[in-house]
Write a protein that binds this ligand. Sequence first.
Ligand SMILES: Cc1cc2nc3c(=O)[nH]c(=O)nc-3n(C[C@H](O)[C@H](O)[C@H](O)COP(=O)(O)O)c2cc1C
Length: 301
Amino acid sequence: MRELLSRAEVVASGKNYVLALYRDDLSSVFPGMVRFRLLLEGAGRPVVLFSTNTYEYSPLLSIDAERAARQAAADWEAAILAAPGGLVRPDEPPSFHAEPPHGDVLVLQGSPRPDGSCAVLAKWAAEAAQSVGRQVEVVFVHDLDVRPCIGCYQCYNTGDCTFDDDMTRLAPAIRAASLLVVCSPVYTNTVPAGLKAVIDRAQAIHARDALQTGGPGAAPRGGLLLATAGRMGTENFSCVQSVVRAFMANLGIRYRGEVLVDDLDARRDPRSVPGLEERVRSTVLSAIRAPETTRSTGTRP
Ligand SMILES: Cc1cc2nc3c(=O)[nH]c(=O)nc-3n(C[C@H](O)[C@H](O)[C@H](O)COP(=O)(O)O)c2cc1C
């Protein structure tokens, strides 16, 4: 729901513009979330001059979103009146979701070891998907430059993250994949830090989908977890399972299953675990056959 908070007519370079400050109720996204947007209207498509939301402001701050937005509206009006010729169209936001990714099956290999047990599982998963004609991309997460999320909530203003790093390319690939396979070792009961950074930064995908559609992306998608642990016992995976499930649920990705391989401190090589390769391959193939992921090769949402 959008409400007009203020409206000011300004003349710049002989043209009439309107500076309009809107209040958008985003409580369907997060409880009590409100976004304020200052738009310049009157020159074709409105230009967003300033955007902020209530979740950006922690309780210790002496300013809140509405005051910041009203201040921005006053500042912009004064700046335009002072230098009418200086009104230029701001650049387009970074190409966060511009490039179509390759691979409609995306494998996130989350172990920092390029030749460890997760790498073996990732390879089996990729081969299984390729064997039925799927385009596959395996991403070695540890190679990426992905800064940890700083909780600025600015992605809920525009759908774009404030950082421009390797997540700029990975986010569209995660969003577009019909099947997302997360391979993760257990590190101190949870996922390794690099993978966690990707998971947290995927909040910007949630933001973009929420701003565009009011919920997770419309395209049906499935997800799998392939996880390995040194210790024996499935209880070692409980945190990894819950992190990866939450990650997928947040993006509207249906959790289609998992393969958990424990006791690798003793077993060492996953290739020596009886039936494991077949289990990974068949788990991937049945996820591909599931309704969410039956899109034909190369199709994008
Ligand atoms: C920093 C670190 C923390 C670990 N923490 C756990 C743990 O909490 N529980 C466990 O069962 N294994 C733990 N492990 C063992 C790994 O999960 C196991 O060796 C796994 O197979 C590694 O996968 P990879 O070969 O793909 O890297 C840890 C290993 C490392 C390096």
